[in-house]
Design a protein around this ligand. Structure first.
Ligand code: PLP
Length: 392
């Protein structure tokens, strides 16, 4: 008899990893593939951060650390939140975790159970829905609409709350759309949440340093009225080009902090010690590396949006954050996943079909501009020729 674990029939994954594997296989077979599928900066981790990790290893930081992370890093996170966002958090509410994903994993495990409803953005990061389904809770998608500039709508979100809603997941700046929700909309949402005191909020702000056009990041941490039921998710993966290091952090309300600590003790024990020391160097060190990366992303953002809007049947609003464009391809006549697959196999360009981010992603593709300007220009040319030759 094969071993069957029923809960695992409900867990999903991230198609971006499958696209990456296919793109790599095609490249290994000699094909010239341009990868606009991947959600990680193409720059290396800043050298002073790497040096801090090397030094930590040489200094003998080889053992377990506290499960919640070393105090100097938790203090550095608190300093960063104060400096960057003007919010005060106690280092005792900060938890160091191996990547941004782990905070959502913990939060969804805490609140997800059969009968519970969890609201999440759609299109949105695919792990939200996957984990909600895994716990047996009911996933309730909150539509994220192009006509709102891919910001979430306070009204639409509040209208979906029921007495069974346990957790509300928010994400701005957003993956996969690059949408940034304006402060006025967040104000409205927080005001409306006063009527729903039993709903916990998880705010995924992993792209919080990645906004454009002078747009400021508005953190949910800035609202004292929800601080006792807000889980803040952040990390080093995107801001400091550290996806492979596995370093994230979260801020928890006091009653949940110990539950998060226990989940850490029961799973990963602690984040790699040298990585934690690197995190201190990243947060406390010079931030010009972040500014330089953002200037480069900004240049590419304009290139990609301008190029996309010239393609037949394609229109793309200018993303205000992260490093993704989310063009509307519905006028091409192609279904999004079929187009993404044909572009990879026939044109050698890796993108992700919008439906990989939820049902409201149909009609869109996600293009990451974490690739060189030259490659972006070549990719746009290839997509253009493909669409010209394959009209539906
Ligand atoms: N949240 C969002 C919205 C993301 O896009 C990602 C990564 O793509 C993560 C969280 C997870 O980040 P990490 O690689 O640090 O686990």
């Amino acid at each position: 008899m094969p071993v069957v674990v029923p809960a695992f029939s409900r867990i999903g994954e991230e198609n971006a990893f499958a696209v990456l594997a296919r793109a790599t296989a095609l490249a290994q077979a000699g094909r010239d593939v341009i990868n606009l599928g991947i959600g990680q900066p193409d720059m290396p981790t800043p050298p002073h951060v790497v040096e801090a990790a090397v030094k930590a290893l040489q200094d003998g930081h080889h053992g377990y650390t506290p499960a919640t992370g070393i105090l100097p890093l938790r203090e550095a996170v608190a300093r960063d939140l104060d400096r960057r966002l003007g919010v005060q958090v106690s280092p005792d509410s900060v938890m160091i975790v191996p990547g941004g994903k782990v905070t959502m994993f913990m939060a969804i495990l805490m609140f997800g159970e059969p009968g519970a409803e969890i609201l999440y953005p759609d299109p949105g990061f695919p792990i939200y829905r996957s984990m909600i389904e895994f716990t047996g809770a009911t996933p309730v998608p909150v539509p994220i609409r192009e006509e709102n500039g891919f910001a979430f709508s306070a009204e639409e979100t509040l209208a979906l709350i029921t007495p069974r809603t346990r957790l509300l997941i928010l994400n701005s700046p957003a993956n996969p759309t690059g949408g940034v929700t304006p402060k006025a909309e967040i104000d409205k949402l927080v005001a409306g949440l006063a009527a729903h005191p039993d709903v916990t909020i998880m705010s995924d702000e992993i792209y919080g340093t990645m906004t454009y056009d002078g747009e400021r990041h508005h953190t949910l941490l800035a609202y004292p009225e929800i601080r006792d039921r807000l889980i803040y998710l952040d990390g080093a993966s995107k801001t400091y080009a550290m996806t492979g290091w596995r370093l994230g952090w979260s801020v928890w309300p006091a009653p949940l902090y110990d539950a998060a600590r226990k989940l850490a003790v029961n799973s990963f024990s602690c984040v790699n010690a040298a990585t934690q020391w690197a995190g201190i160097a990243a947060l406390d060190g010079p931030q010009d590396c972040v500014a330089a990366m953002m200037a480069e992303f900004d240049r590419r953002r304009l290139l990609v949006v301008e190029g996309l809007n010239k393609l037949p049947g394609v229109s793309c609003i200018t993303p205000k954050g992260a490093f993704y464009a989310f063009p509307n391809i519905s006028e091409t006549g192609w279904k999004a996943k079929a187009l993404a697959s044909a572009l990879l196999e026939e044109a050698g360009v890796a993108t992700i079909g919008g439906p990989d981010f939820g049902i409201h992603g149909e009609g869109y593709l996600r293009l990451s501009y974490a690739n060189s300007a030259e490659n972006i220009a070549r990719a746009l040319e290839r997509i253009g020729s493909f669409l010209e030759g394959n009209r539906r």
